[in-house]
Design a protein around this ligand. Sequence first.
Ligand code: HEC
Ligand SMILES: [Cu+2]
Length: 406
Amino acid sequence: MTTFVTKGPVAEAQYELFMLTVWVTLAVFILVGGVYVVAIIKFRERPNDDRPMPKQGHGNPLVEIGLIGASILLLVVIAVPTLKAIWFTHDTPDDPESYMGSWYPGEGLAEEEAENPLIVRVIGYQWWWAFEYPQLGITTANEMVIPAGKVVHLELRSVDVIHSFWLPRIAGKVDMIPGRANSMWIQAGDNFARWKEKQGLEGDGPELRGQYASYLEEEIHDYYYGQCAEFCGDSHARMLFRATVVGDDEFASWVESEKVGHDAPDGKSWDEWYAIYDQDPDALTGDLNEGLKIFMARGKCATCHVVKGNPRALGVAGPNLTNIGSRMSIAAGWLNHRNEDGSLDTEKQYENFYKWMAESDVVKPGNLMWKASGGGIGELTDDEGQPALLTDEEIHKLSLYLQSLK
Ligand code: HEC
Ligand SMILES: [Cu+2]
C-alpha cells in the first residue's frame, strides 16, 4: 500500500497534486522558518548588550499587503490544479476503448451496455466488502477483479456506517455513506492513447498494440491492496480488500466461473444431491458431503452466505462464497494464503479457514459472523437448545468443503 508508486491516471493525478502542495508548503516552511531563525540569532540578547531596540516593522503596509498578496498567490497556485483534479477524478471519462462492447470478450452482455464502461458496485459492510457487477450479474466479496487499462466506474454504497474506499496505488479515497450513492472511477494502468503519449509514440498497428499489451502485463497486472479508510467500528483496521488486475480474457473467464458457480460434491447436480439430502442424508458420505451438510444445517452457514449454483445457499448477511477456494485471502483480506509468486498456499488456506471458523471472534473482534443478533456461529446450539459450538471434526470438514469451492 503506497501512494508514491502510482498505477493509473487517478492515482497519478492525486500524486501530482500532493507533490505540488508539498513543494509549495515546503517553500513556505523554509522561508518563514528561515526568517524566524535569523531573527532569533541576530537579535538575541547578549551580555552587556547596549544596542538600541531595532526598528519595528509592525504596521508596515508594504510588508503586510505583500504577505497577503503572496498568500493569495500561493493559494491560487494550489487551488487551480486542485479544482482541475477534483473534476478529473470525479467525472468518469468517456473512453471508447473502455466501452464494454469494445473489449469484453465474454457472453451475455446486454446491448445497451455496449457503450458503457464496466460498472462495479462496491458496498461496505462492517467489516467486509461486497463487489457487485450489475452488467454481468455476478457478486463477489473482498477481492474484486478488474481488467487492466480500462476505465471502471464504481458506485459506492454502505449498508451500515460510513466506510471509505481506498486502493492506494490506483485511486483513493471516496467515502461510502449510508443512504447516499457516491461514485468514482478507477483505471489500473493507462489506456492505449495515454500510454503512447507518455512513450512519445504515434500511430497504431499490431506491433504497437503488442508493446502496449506487454506494458499492461508487466507493469499493471498485479494483486493490489486496499483498505477501508474511515473508522467504522471494532474491526475497522481489519477491513481490507484486494483488487486483482488481469487481462481481458482472464477477466471474462473469471466472470464465467462466477456465473456458473459450483456443482454439488461428486459431480452431482443440485437436484440429485438435494433429493438424497431430503430423503436420507446419511447416504451422503465423505468429507465434502459431510462438510456441505454442516454448511446447510448444523452450522447455519447457508442462512448468511450465497454459494452460486447451490439453490438453497442464499443468505446475504455475509460475503458471497462463490469460488472462495480460489481467493487468496479471507475475512476481508485479514487472513492471507498467497505465496510470494502469486500462487495459492493450500496448507495455509486450510489453516485460515479453520482458524476463522474456530475463533473468528479472536481473528476479527466484533465481527457479525460470530455474534450476529439472532444467530452468529458463536451462538450455535444443539437439538436441546444448549450452546454447542462446532467441533474440531466439523470444522475440519467445513474447511475441506470451502477449499473445494474453486
Ligand atoms: C449470522 C450470519 C453468518 C453465519 C451464520 C455464518 N457467517 Fe460466515 N460470515 C458472515 C459475515 C458477516 C462475514 C464477514 C466477517 C468479516 O470479515 O467481518 C462472514 C465471513 C465468512 C467467511 C470469509 C469470507 C470472505 O469473503 O473473506 C467465510 C469463509 C465464512 N464466513 C464461512 C462461514 C461458514 C463455514 C459458516 C457456518 C459454519 C458461516 N460462515 C456462518 C456471516 C455469517
Ligand atoms: Cu469500514
